[in-house]
Each structure stands twice: as C-alpha cells, then as structure tokens.
Design a protein around this ligand. Sequence first.
Ligand SMILES: [Zn+2]
Length: 268
Amino acid sequence: MPDTKVYLLDGGSLVIDGYHVYWNKGPAGEVRFPVYSILVEQGDTRMLVDTGFDYDHVMRVLPFEKPMQTKEQTIPGALAKLGLTPKDVGIVFNSHFHFDHCGGNRFFLHAKKFCHRLEVPQACNPEVFEHLGYSDLAFSVEACEARGMTDQIPEGATRENTRFEGVDGDVEILPGVHMIFTPGHSIGHYSMLVKFARRRPMLFTIDCAYTQKSLETLCQAGFHIDPVAGVRSMRRIRALAEEHDAELFYSHDMANWQGYRKAPEFYA
Ligand SMILES: [Zn+2]
C-alpha cells in the first residue's frame, strides 16, 4: 500500500436548527457546525473530497445559516497553508452536491472530477424540497443551464471542464481509498474509507451521519431524499467501522471536530 496522508481542511462553519440536525427529534435551537474538506495525498497525487461552501453564495441565498469563514478557511487559503495551490490537486471527488460540499469546485476546472452518476442529474432537476440544498450550481455548467441559473457560471467554466465522471456503487479511486456508496441523504451520496500501511483506517461518514450521536441513534438529518435508505446506509457504516476497526470521522460534529487533527497536521 502506498504512503497515504490525509489532511482535514477547515472550511469554516454554518448554523442550522437542531431539528434539521436530528430529524423529528431535535431539540430545537441553533447548532453551529463545522464544514471541512478532505485532502488525500499519495506522493504527487492529490485527491480532494468535497470543497466546502462558498461564503458569498450562502450570504446571498441562505444567510440564515450564518456562515463564518476566514480567508484561511477558503479552499485556496487552506491549501496555501500546505504550500499548495488548487493546481496541485489533480482529482476532485464530490460526496454529493449540497452547497456546503461543492462551493469551492470553481477552483478545480483543471482537475479530473468524480461523483455518483445520479448526482448531477439530481442537481439539474431536484425534488422541490431539495432546492436549497442544491442551490450552489457553480460546480457544473450543465446544472446552471438546466436550472436557468447561468449567472452562477464561474469565469472560465465550460460544460467540458465542469464535466464529472459518474460512478456507481463502491469504488476504489486511489489504492486504499474506497468511496462507499451510502444513499439516503442524497440520491448518490458517498462516504469514504481510507486504509493506511501503518495506521487504523479512517472512515468518513460524510453526511450519512452528521454527528457521532446521529450514528449512535441512527437519527439522520432532516435533509434527505430517502430516509429508509439513509438508515440502511448508517447501519452499513457501523458495520464497516467494526469490520475494519476503523476510526470514525463525522462531517458536521463540532464537539468531535475540536479533537480532529487539522491541516497542516495530517493523518498517516
Ligand atoms: Zn453537509
């Protein structure tokens, strides 16, 4: 297995109500949660999983989520702390296209891009209750055109350089880097399992389980397309964690996030 390093890139934070974090359970009240991207490095090969939120987009469309993001917490800012620029990242994999996972895609027009094969079509034609989730379409010229939001098309973006290779089921994108298909939260949602030569595997729930409590109580977020699939996916994540003795990392868990190693520190 190649030497793998994993960096967590701090992307700032947002606020939602407790009833959205814990569907039909709550309690109500503002919950501020972290947003981060995951950089996987194997030698000169770098793959970025998700790209955080775009501050201006959130202020324009969802200001009630009270975004906080310093310059260092933008994708270029976070990469700069590692002495890198977006050009040093050759592969981008989006777990799904909710706005807090694709806001920095505009910096990766040069990169090879992957997602589940159903995610772009869904962003082009979302269910009515998904419109705010899929509101930042700058990641795809095709989606901007399909939704009549061509004002969102970033400078230099074309259909060609915002095209995604659609995948299906579980896929190993780099050696030991397994994208785990966990639908429910979105139609083509992915979690990620990273195996190392000398360390316990890391299992990223992504939005299959926002927090440790979500996974422990099998309580998914209010934002989802198929809650039955969502529960199945959480059970699958639990089973994988046990099978691989993996360390779990949650996507939007402020308490756990405080204890995570953040870039420029890394896991290896
Ligand atoms: Zn999210």
